[in-house]
Every structure is written in C-alpha cells, then in structure tokens.
Design a protein around this ligand. Structure first.
Ligand SMILES: Nc1ncnc2c1ncn2[C@@H]1O[C@H](COP(=O)(O)OP(=O)(O)OP(=O)(O)O)[C@@H](O)[C@H]1O
Ligand SMILES: [Mg+2]
Length: 215
C-alpha cells in the first residue's frame, strides 16, 4: 500500500452560519504537484486552511499518508510534516529571515539535517537575505521566504496559497522557476491558483473548485 500524501472525501466546512465547502473530495499522490484552481471566493484558501487544521471540518475524511488529520490540532499536523504557505505570508517581522525558517523546526523538534542548506541551494536569494529582519524585506522576498518555510516544514505535504499572486513579473517568473525545480523532486504539493494561472503547465493534476465544490 502506498497511501496518498493527501486524501479528502466528503469534507464539509462552515464558518459561522455560512456553509463554505460542500462534499469535497480530492487526492494528492506522493511526489505529485497538484493545483487547486478556482476564481475569487471559490473556497481555495478555506480548503487549504482546513487541511492545515486552521478551520475545522464538520464532517468527512482527511488523511495524510493514511494518518487521520480530521481531529488533529494544527500544531500536530505541522509536526507530522505538513508545510503551509498562507496567502498573506504570516512571517514574524521582528525575527530574521533565517529565524523565521528555523523557528517552526525548533517548535516541532525537527533537526534541520541539511534541509536548510538544500532550501538555500534552491533559493540562493533567500540565503542572501537570511540575516535580515523579515519585516524589512520586500513583498516578493517575503513571499519567497514563506515558500522556503513551507518547504522546510512540509516533509509529507506542502500547501501553497497562490504563490505568484501579487508578484511583479520578474519575481513571478522566479517563483515559477523555483516551483518547476520542485516538480519531480519527491515533494508532494497542493497549490491554490487562480483560473489564469501561469503555473498550469507544471501541474500533474488539477482540481477545479467552484462555489465550494471540487469538480
Ligand atoms: N472567516 C470567514 N467568515 C465568513 N466567510 C468566509 C470566511 N472566510 C472565507 N469566507 C467565505 O468563504 C468563501 C470562500 O473563500 P476563500 O477565501 O476560501 O476563497 P478563495 O478561493 O481562496 O478566494 P481568493 O481567490 O479571493 O483567495 C467566500 O465566499 C468567502 O467570503
Ligand atoms: Mg484565497
């Protein structure tokens, strides 16, 4: 048996009185780069947050390599090896870029074992600003830093929320180049993107999400 990096079935999510996700099913095979494509407000962010444990699922199945995530708190999911790059980056502005990368690993008790070096090799620009305070980096640099952090944490599964969104064209191209190098590297990735994504050619599998349902 080779359980998927992520398996969802029958997932229902409501925030307050609003039902947002309906009967969502999808699966990310190990080592695949999958896209979650949909227009504004379709439910992409909510779905990624549900997998990370930041929004509770009312019902349904959420498995990561066969482990049941549904009732697991977010910090345990991080511990299990799920990395998340939020839409709005969520960095610690007063810490250096490098501390932003290392902090989650201190929390989860994971020793870097050369992983930081591998991420720096993939993104030398992140190594170049590693000692600078995260809050003083440009928006694009912060986005690369948030990707680096998700890569370090995501041994089993990496969730990326619109990684190229809001980037100037040159930085967007750079982000795509980095993601292209990740493809086939063995990492399992689920990436939310808008309908006109420049990343479409890279994806092994695409899930279309419309008004909270995956087609
Ligand atoms: N905290 C919340 N409270 C109430 N409704 C919410 C909340 N978060 C999201 N929603 C609603 O859920 C729906 C899905 O939103 P979500 O942010 O998941 O979409 P999205 O596909 O990520 O959109 P975007 O492309 O704009 O990032 C929207 O109708 C949104 O208004
Ligand atoms: Mg979103």
């Amino acid at each position: 048996m080779n359980p998927e990096a992520l398996f969802l079935s029958g997932v229902e999510v409501a925030i307050g009185a609003t039902h947002i996700l309906h009967d969502v099913a999808l699966d990310v095979p190990k080592g695949a780069l999958c896209g979650l494509i949909g227009r504004n407000g379709a439910g992409k962010t909510t779905l990624l947050r549900t997998v990370m444990g930041l929004v509770p699922a009312l019902s349904g199945t959420i498995l990561c390599e066969g482990d049941n995530l549904r009732s697991m708190p977010a910090h345990k999911r991080a511990h299990l090896g799920i990395g998340y790059m939020p839409e709005d980056r969520r960095l610690l502005p007063d810490f250096t870029a490098e501390d932003n990368l290392l902090l989650p690993m201190w929390v989860t008790g994971e020793a870097p074992e050369g992983r930081l070096e591998r991420v720096y090799e993939l993104m030398p620009e992140v190594a170049a600003f590693a000692k600078r305070q995260a809050g003083y980096l440009s928006g694009g640099q912060q986005k690369l830093l948030a990707l680096a952090r998700a890569l370090l944490c995501g041994r089993r599964l990496i969730l990326l929320d619109e990684p190229t969104e809001g980037l100037a064209p040159a930085l967007a191209r750079r982000m795509i180049e980095v993601l292209a190098r990740l493809k086939g590297s063995g990492l399992s990735i689920l990436m939310a993107e808008s309908n006109d994504s420049l990343l479409a050619d890279l994806l092994d599998r695409v899930f279309l999400i419309e008004r909270g349902s995956v087609a």
